[in-house]
Design a protein around this ligand. Structure first.
Ligand code: PEP
Ligand code: MN
Length: 370
């Protein structure tokens, strides 16, 4: 389906085994913070160091990275710890600067991979270089756009590519900063099985409490590695402070990971029964979230009907709704009777919610004023 040539990432002298662990601060802030974080990580066996040098911030005025000034610090990290270093690049200038200072690997950030012009600029700059490129998912949940970014890099002659799953932004409030929508990286795996996928629980979570569970989840889904933000003094970080952890905590999370092997024989497909079940669990979670949202809206409708003296059941609307859902269901290959059963049940619950709201409002109104 895709004409890609993806080869395993090789870093000289480092055998990349699952899980690949990449860690380091969101941003390189000072030479001291960069070096001390790297040394603490190296002392705990971490071999690949990340640090943002140019930071794409949502709003102007926030810390936008130290820029080229920080690249010699990374050179020192390499020399003094033997770690491999990687940075985010978003422009041709970033690529040239990073390469000039001996950066070993680069990643394309979520805001950049959403923009084909920017990805193409990076791809053109990187042409002819032998450097692994990690491509984060775009901020919006668009798998084709993500694959498009990977294709652009691959067409520039880069074969050592991995995808980073960092979650997807959404306007809804949830426990996550960026909703994981695991079904998207799972579908990416189905479409391009040879492409390694690295999970970024830091940017999915937005807070350090969820990191361990998300990391385990990524391993249970058979993804290949983790990129986790760490900082010598997380609470003092200049960017993404809430989601950063100490190198010590990072080691703890990594040590506690349980790596389940796919059970079947050697030619085990990349997508196993466990993964398919997980996929179902995720989708059911989404169904439940949607039902919760739908019931909230039903309650708001109940309130509106009460205030405007409208009856709860509007037969014409009900008939239209059922016909419409059956049609739309059929278009998606879903059985009409099945859709009818589901929407009858949803509608029944919705009416009962509206009734509750009306009764509550009525008893409030009838209560004598104190
Ligand atoms: C980062 O890795 O620090 C970063 C800016 O991530 P993202 O592009 O996923 O928001
Ligand atoms: Mn960050």
């Amino acid at each position: 389906m895709y004409n890609l040539n993806i080869q395993p990432i090789t870093l000289p002298g480092l055998e990349l085994k699952r899980p690949i662990i990449i860690s380091g601060p969101c941003s390189a802030e000072t030479e001291e913070q960069t070096l001390s974080t790297a040394k603490e990580l190296a002392a705990r066996g971490i071999r690949i160091f990340r640090a943002g040098i140019w930071k794409p911030r949502t709003r102007p005025g926030a810390f936008e990275g130290v820029g080229t000034l920080g690249l010699p610090w990374l050179k020192r990290v390499k020399e003094e710890t033997g770690m491999f270093v990687c940075v985010e690049v978003a422009t041709a200038h970033h690529v040239y600067e990073a390469v000039k200072y001996g950066v070993d690997m680069v990643w394309i950030g979520a805001r950049t991979s959403a923009n084909p012009f920017a990805v193409q600029e990076v791809a053109d700059a990187i042409k002819g270089l032998d450097i692994p490129v990690l491509v984060k998912n775009p901020v919006n949940p668009d798998l084709d756009l993500w694959i498009g970014a990977i294709e652009r890099i691959n067409r520039a002659g880069i074969t050592q590519i991995a995808a980073i799953h960092r979650g997807f932004s959404s306007y809804d409030q949830s426990e996550f900063r960026n909703h994981p929508q695991w079904q998207i990286p799972i579908e990416l795996r189905r479409r391009i099985p040879e492409l390694p996928i690295i999970t970024d629980p830091s940017h999915i979570a937005g807070n350090r409490e969820l990191l361990a569970d998300l990391s385990q989840e990524a391993m249970d889904l058979n993804f290949d590695g983790l990129i986790i933000e760490s900082h010598i003094c997380p609470d003092k970080a200049w960017s993404d402070a809430k989601q950063q952890i100490t190198p010590e905590r990072l080691k703890e999370i990594v040590d506690n990971l349980v790596l389940r092997r796919p059970k079947i024989g050697e030619d085990t497909p990349r997508v196993t029964l466990d993964e398919l079940r997980k996929q179902i669990d995720k989708l059911d979670d989404q169904l439940l979230d949607l039902l919760k949202e739908r019931m909230k809206i039903s309650e708001a409708i109940g309130k509106y009907k009460f205030e405007n003296n409208i009856t709860i059941l509007q037969t014409r609307r009900y008939d239209e709704l059922m016909n419409n859902r059956r049609d739309r269901g059929s278009q998606r290959g879903l059985d009409e009777e099945f859709i009818t059963r589901i929407f009858e049940s949803i509608h029944e619950e919705s009416i009962s919610r509206q009734n509750e709201i009306m009764n509550k409002a009525l008893s409030k109104k009838q209560k004598p004023q104190e």
